[in-house]
Design a protein around this ligand. Structure first.
Ligand SMILES: Cc1cc2nc3c(=O)[nH]c(=O)nc-3n(C[C@H](O)[C@H](O)[C@H](O)COP(=O)(O)O)c2cc1C
Length: 188
């Protein structure tokens, strides 16, 4: 997509860095492997997210070889598996429930990751559509951790390589205007 087409699709009401408009979650992955240094820089960004009392409740379990990827595939729902099977890296994000604001803080870490990945020429696609109980069992996740999301990470592939129904959805989405999310003085 050219910069011009991109700008036509997503427009900010107020001035922000272009990365917020450029980043999106494609489903078409190429099978190209992600070099160690680049992959780890994505988690490095997460490392510097703020958290209550600096508790850093996030943990990441990654799969980047065929054996581990197949383990992850066993708990991903079919609607997601059909496109994310090609992703070279999968990451399950978990958070330690013993930290009061673990979900909020881990969401911040994921946001940082997604932007750093985009900066490095990678794409990310978060998923809630997987069987969490099975993931807990397969990945040996302790009870004190909540399972937040599964992320596919890699390089963008061709739209035409997706099944036809998904090709139609392979585009940047819109957002409601900022003024519909911000209330002044009281909730409206
Ligand atoms: C917690 C979470 C769960 C999601 N689950 C799925 C999913 O199971 N399958 C999917 O295709 N997309 C999933 N998404 C992607 C969202 O639909 C997507 O981020 C949203 O529509 C905004 O689009 P954008 O990321 O391209 O800007 C999920 C996103 C988040 C943050």
């Amino acid at each position: 997509m050219s910069t011009k087409e991109m700008k036509q699709q997503r427009q900010a009401d107020y001035d922000i860095d272009s990365i917020y408009l450029d980043r999106w979650s494609p489903r078409s992955f190429s099978e190209k492997e992600v070099p160690e240094e680049i992959l780890m820089s994505v988690f490095e960004a997460a490392r510097w997210a703020p958290s209550a009392m600096n508790m850093q409740p996030w943990r990441f379990i990654i799969a980047r070889n065929q054996e581990d990827r197949e383990k992850f595939h066993s708990f991903i729902m079919e609607g997601n598996l059909k496109w994310c099977k090609k992703a070279p890296v999968l990451a399950v994000i978990i958070s330690n429930k013993e930290d009061g604001s673990h979900a909020f803080d881990t969401g911040t870490a994921w946001g940082y990751m997604s932007l750093e990945a985009w900066k490095k020429g990678l794409i990310t696609h978060p998923m809630g559509g997987f069987h969490k109980d099975k993931a807990r069992e397969v990945l040996n996740i302790p009870e004190e951790y909540d399972i937040q999301a599964l992320i596919a990470i890699g390089y963008q592939g061709e739209k035409e390589d997706l099944p036809e129904d998904l090709q139609k959805r392979e585009q940047r989405s819109e957002r409601r205007p900022v003024k519909e999310s911000v209330f002044e003085g009281k909730f409206e």
